[in-house]
Design a protein around this ligand. Structure first.
Ligand code: ZN
Length: 115
């Protein structure tokens, strides 16, 4: 199973445009967006999905700080957004990530690995 976050993005092999970062989490513009405005939030340590997220106060606080920061930015700029995260068979990449997006869909659902 491809884990682009641990293999390419976190080691810096694939450059991303970061909009929010702490020791534990990172938010960046999707390199091949599915929507006109598409941001990804990930933990910097490998966590498979929301169903296996550890009971770690600092990590969870930082994840919610990232979500608040990115969603408020979208709300301010575009009036709103949608946030989603896939679990289990819905995941193409088995590394916890949230998609925050607004605007027209650029990639058909049938052509994107995750919706
Ligand atoms: Zn990973």
């Amino acid at each position: 199973m491809e884990d682009i976050y641990c293999k390419q993005i976190l080691p810096g092999k694939l450059k991303v445009d970061i909009i929010f970062e702490t020791e534990r989490v990172m938010a960046f513009h999707h390199t091949r967006p599915y929507w006109e405005h598409h941001v990804v939030i990930i933990p910097k340590t490998h966590i498979e999905s929301l169903s296996t997220i550890p009971d770690d106060y600092e990590l969870n606080r930082d994840l919610f700080d990232a979500m608040r920061m990115v969603t408020s930015l979208f709300e301010e700029k575009y009036g709103g957004c949608r946030i989603s995260s896939n679990v289990g068979n819905y995941q193409t990449s088995k590394h916890l990530h949230w998609y925050i997006h607004y605007g027209r869909r650029l990639v058909k659902e049938s052509e994107s690995p995750e919706h």
